[in-house]
Design a protein around this ligand. Structure first.
Ligand code: ACO
Length: 335
């Protein structure tokens, strides 16, 4: 339900991308593609890719900047929520390693996986913690992704899309400020965006039959998506989540100063903007420089939009994500 009295304040922001950059031209050397195709179909020109750095390192670097920007010390953090689909370990969580890197020992720390909607989910979870008791006053939300490690660089239809990077917010409560959300998932589309984990094997297994998981047969752990189905889903889910979150906040989408969408494909955003009857300049887009960085794409775009003066203090902002799951989620707040 809407709660227009319990808001959040984004006290600090941070971002980090690896130094290594792959251009569209670079991809023409490894798969049959062209700068023209990638630019026209996706809006992507370059993407940053790791050169040996693990995912948590990207997250820790973004988190350190957000903590410094907030003017707090690591010991002030009560909770770290890390969003990722590309963690370095099943255990420990990325959040615990980021906690170690920050020296924020003692606070709660855990990961969430809501794919490309992960950052919107994590911000909403932060807000709930901030208002459910008095023990959590400062939350660090980090999204870090290293999609390059499950990208199949022989599959031209997906390898050109992905980049690596991280973004972070330090969040506090802000009584009286506007806040609303609209989050959900459609598990019937679980087979549309897939990267598999370890298979069920153990010392006692006797059954040699494959369990029918109703999932596509993918190449090992590599990323698979039904691009067209995801495209159709996204062009509906994105405007719907924005509309519903605004309705709960008691405003119309046209009253938003900025809508920061998950940056998967420029055409998805153009279609969604048309559906909402809003101009594209309300949607800060940085897909040309980062590609699709899953849960990290929203905080990366938010960060650059703030630095470019496209989002200012007091602006009404909507973050909206969609992705594997299939998940979707929007949060509306005043920056
Ligand atoms: N270079 C040149 N040609 C290509 C390339 C490429 N890199 N990739 C595909 N093609 C070809 C195809 O082979 C096909 O050729 P054909 O007609 O001879 O068979 C043609 O281009 C058209 O292919 P489509 O798959 O129909 O291309 P489409 O316009 O749908 O674009 C894309 C594909 C970019 C993947 C699009 O479907 C999309 O963006 N979908 C949404 C993806 C998304 O949002 N994912 C988010 C969730 S996952 C996540 O964020 C981690």
């Amino acid at each position: 339900m809407a709660d227009i009295k319990q808001g959040i304040r984004i006290k600090g922001i941070g971002r980090y991308v690896p130094e290594l950059v792959a251009t569209n031209e670079d991809f023409t050397k490894i798969v049959e593609t062209s700068d023209e195709w990638i630019t026209q179909r996706t809006g992507i020109k370059t993407r940053h890719i790791t050169n040996g750095e693990p995912t948590y390192y990207l997250g820790a670097m973004a988190a350190k900047e957000a903590v410094a920007d907030a003017g707090i010390s690591a010991g002030d953090i009560d909770l770290i929520i890390a969003a990722t689909v590309t963690a370095d370990f099943y255990t420990p969580s990325m959040a615990c390693i980021i906690q170690r890197e920050l020296g924020a020992i003692g606070c709660m720390a855990f990961d969430i996986n809501a794919a490309c909607a992960g950052f919107a989910y994590a911000v909403d979870m932060a807000k709930r913690y901030l208002y459910s008791g008095n023990d959590v006053k400062t939350v660090l939300v980090v999204a870090a992704e290293e999609l390059s490690k499950f990208t199949d660089y022989t599959d031209r239809s997906s390898c050109v899309l992905f980049g690596d990077g991280a973004g972070a917010f330090v969040i506090e409560r802000c009584d009286g400020a506007m806040y609303s959300n609209y989050l959900g998932a459609d598990g019937n589309g679980a087979d549309k965006v897939v990267a598999r984990a370890l298979k069920s094997e153990n010392a006692f297994r006797t059954n040699t039959e494959e369990f029918d998981m109703s999932m596509p047969q993918t190449k090992e752990h590599y990323f698979y998506q039904d691009g067209r189905e995801v495209y159709k889903f996204a062009t509906k889910a994105l405007p719907n989540a924005v509309e519903k979150a605004c309705e709960r906040a008691g405003i119309s989408p046209s009253e938003l100063d900025a809508i920061v969408p998950h940056q998967a494909n420029i055409r998805i955003i153009e279609t969604a903007a048309k559906h909402l009857g809003l101009p594209m300049d309300k949607f800060p887009m940085y897909i040309d420089r980062y590609g699709n960085t899953s849960s990290a794409s929203i905080p990366l775009a938010f960060y650059d939009a703030v630095k470019d003066g496209k989002i200012k203090r007091g602006d009404k902002v909507c973050l909206v994500g969609f992705g594997g799951g299939l998940t979707y989620g929007a949060v509306v707040f005043e920056y």
